[in-house]
Design a protein around this ligand. Structure first.
Ligand code: 8X3
Length: 252
């Protein structure tokens, strides 16, 4: 049966791959991102390929008022959200903590932590009302293992893991599943964004390693979402074969 799947950060990378995977699976999609132009292209392509309904909304998850209004608007169109995939997130910078840009730190916290909780706080009451739902949060190996130059990014991803666990406890009697996916190195525009558009520096990150692809994470998200009603996958860590821990990578 087709489900309504709400995905944040759906215009590129892992979020976009997840949209395609669930669309192919026959689910209807509610896609949010800041770049509405990209979402328009994705909507047209997914609807044409898979014949599902795709609703798109311009959304900056860091703005609570906008999140609240947009979710109300969405719930007028589709009365029920079955699955929420909190994927929007980013890393900015890779410097020693004592030299870090305060703005970069704040943007990471606003997006990865506050954005996730704003969206969840607005959507979970709908799941509670329906007495079912599934929240899939995008954590990271960075939330398990801290690494140099990434104190704040790692802290935001550790926060994602604990928000998942806390929400799972608070919704235990409502048939709501909560899962955290913790990917390692995935080749997307992640590093280009982290290095403020420095393509050369971004390319170096993926040299000598067969990194994960966004589709690898999307497959896992779909697997997690397609379990029987009584099965809840709480956490999944996904790494490239050449990655042993968060900071231990074997480069050829
Ligand atoms: C992304 C994983 O190792 O590039 O969340 O920080 S890593």
């Amino acid at each position: 049966m087709s489900r309504n799947v709400f995905i944040t950060g759906a215009s590129s990378g892992i979020g976009k791959a997840i949209a395609y995977a669930f669309g192919k699976n026959g689910d209807d999609l509610i896609l949010c991102a800041r770049r509405i132009g990209k979402l328009e292209e994705i909507k047209a392509d997914i609807e044409r390929r898979f014949g599902v309904n795709v609703y798109i909304f311009e959304l900056d998850v860091t703005k609570y008022d906008k999140v609240s209004k947009t979710v109300k608007n969405i719930l007028r169109k589709v009365s029920k959200i079955d699955i929420l995939i909190n994927n929007a997130g980013l890393a900015l910078g890779l410097e020693k903590f004592q030299e870090y840009s305060i703005t970069d730190m704040e943007i990471m916290i606003d997006t990865n932590v506050k954005g996730l909780l704003y969206v969840s706080r607005e959507i979970i009451p709908n799941m509670v009302e329906n007495n079912e739902g599934h929240i899939i949060n995008m954590g990271s190996t960075a939330g398990i293992y801290a690494y140099a130059g990434a104190a704040v990014y790692c802290a935001t991803k550790a926060a994602v893991k604990f928000l998942s666990d806390g929400i799972r406890i608070d919704t235990i009697d409502k048939n709501i599943k909560v899962s955290t996916l913790q990917p390692g190195i995935v080749e997307t525009d992640f590093s280009e964004i982290r290095f403020h558009g420095d393509k050369e520096r971004a390319k170096d990150v993926y040299l000598g390693i067969e990194a994960l692809k966004p589709e690898d994470i999307a497959n896992v998200a779909l697997y997690v979402a397609n379990q029987p009603k009584h099965v809840q996958i709480s956490d999944v860590t996904i790494m490239a074969t050449q990655q042993a821990t968060g900071f231990m990578v074997h480069k050829k």
